[in-house]
Write a protein that binds this ligand. Structure first.
Ligand SMILES: [Zn+2]
Length: 392
């Protein structure tokens, strides 16, 4: 039998500090509201907050009037203390940016690569050079807190190594986190892009409203992340939540992962758009499909219905496993996402096993522009709030 770990005073303080920081990462908020949200006394929140203010991590913002006309001062992250770097690797390019401690993107750069090549050494050199130039030229105040890197999986997140993601030969077996840690002498973290986005949804998207949700990213592939009690589910070895590789047809086409009939073979953008073009050569992008469907075009509506069917089947599987009432759709699929999410909700709520007592709600993500870079930087923020970064 496993013994329940009882927190000592220091661990309790650290946990409470994380809770306070989590509230402020979502938005500027007065002490009294934090106390209410996390179930601590206002005095306890004040002690923790004042220590964080003394350390330069938090600052006081404007006074807001609360109930009974009382004024309280909002607490916010001090953007001048630290900044983070985000690096999001895709097959043929990379987006890198500087994000200030308050979560605002200050610089963005895009770097192109020949993704069909197999030369991680050369690509790493080019990327490091670009990052060094960015760090030289940037105008963000404060000190570099760390570098957050995301890529498609499979990854060895513990070792910070990109393994062998399909259609991603350039970066195969690249120990990118270590290389950056050495070159830039800072904390680095590597995470699956979809899982990083799921976590960022809590702080910058609509995820703050829910303690449990599934984030499903539908673009060139299908990925996802699982948030349970406000925490990203990491899996026993850093894998898991690879929803795109749930099979919808055991006799279907062979997938690059080794399984057959995986959901992303049908529902990922390149695949649904290939079907769209067969029907109508004018349907070349998901935006065109959605715009057409909103205008009532028959072929566009058929494709939207087909995609809703694939994602409906996939989300039914997910709902049957997790019994979670909230799914957030991100990536290309989120464009004017209300139409498809409504249809997916109808499908899922007509067939998942718990439908007599609960409902699954599906929302399009509302993350700001450059959500991918924000999600990278947010990994560093998360490590900081968990006291995983040593700053001396
Ligand atoms: Zn697969």
């Amino acid at each position: 039998m496993q013994m329940k770990h009882v927190l000592n005073a220091a661990e309790m303080k650290q946990q409470n500090e994380k809770k306070v920081l989590d509230q402020i990462r979502i938005r500027p908020i007065p002490r009294i509201e934090i106390a209410r949200n996390i179930g601590l006394t206002r005095a306890a929140v004040s002690v923790l907050a004042n220590q964080l203010i003394d350390q330069g991590i938090l600052m006081e913002g404007q006074a807001v009037s609360g109930k009974k006309g009382r004024h309280s001062v909002e607490l916010m992250l001090n953007p001048d203390t630290y900044f983070m770097v985000g690096v999001d690797l895709a097959r043929d390019d990379c987006t890198l940016g500087i994000v200030d401690f308050a979560g605002r993107i200050r610089e963005i750069r895009k770097l192109r690569f020949d993704g069909s090549k197999k030369d991680a050494g050369e690509a790493l050199e080019k990327l490091s050079g670009c990052l060094a130039a960015l760090l030289e030229a940037h105008t963000c105040p404060g000190r570099l807190l760390g570098i957050g890197i995301t890529a498609p999986g499979p990854l060895d997140v513990r070792q910070g190594v990109i393994l062998n993601p399909p259609n991603f030969p350039l970066w195969h077996h690249c120990a990118i986190a270590d290389a950056f840690a050495r070159r830039f002498s800072c904390f680095t973290v590597l995470e699956n892009n979809a899982k990083a986005l799921a976590l960022a949804e809590k702080y910058y998207g609509i995820g703050a409203r829910f303690s449990d949700y599934i984030s499903l990213v539908v673009d060139t592939g299908i990925g996802g992340g699982i948030m349970l009690e406000g925490r990203l589910y990491e899996g026993a070895h850093g894998f898991g939540s690879d929803f795109g590789h749930i099979s919808l047809d055991m006799n279907g086409k062979r997938c690059s992962c080794g399984n057959r009939g995986c959901a992303e073979l049908y529902g990922a953008m390149p695949n649904i758009l290939a079907q769209a073009r067969k029907l109508d050569a004018g349907l070349n992008s998901w935006r065109q499909v959605v715009d057409g469907a909103e205008a009532g075009q028959e072929n566009a509506l058929k494709i939207l219905e087909l995609e809703a069917g694939y994602l409906g089947a996939l989300i039914t599987n997910i709902a049957n496993i997790f019994d979670i009432g909230t799914v957030i759709l991100a990536g290309d699929i989120a464009y004017h996402g209300e139409l498809i999410t409504r249809r997916i909700e109808e499908i899922v709520n007509g067939q998942f096993i718990g439908r007599q007592v609960s409902r699954v709600s599906v929302y399009p993500s509302k993350m700001p522009e450059h959500a991918n870079v924000l999600a990278c930087a947010n990994l560093v923020m998360e490590a900081f709030s968990r006291k995983q970064i040593s700053l001396e």
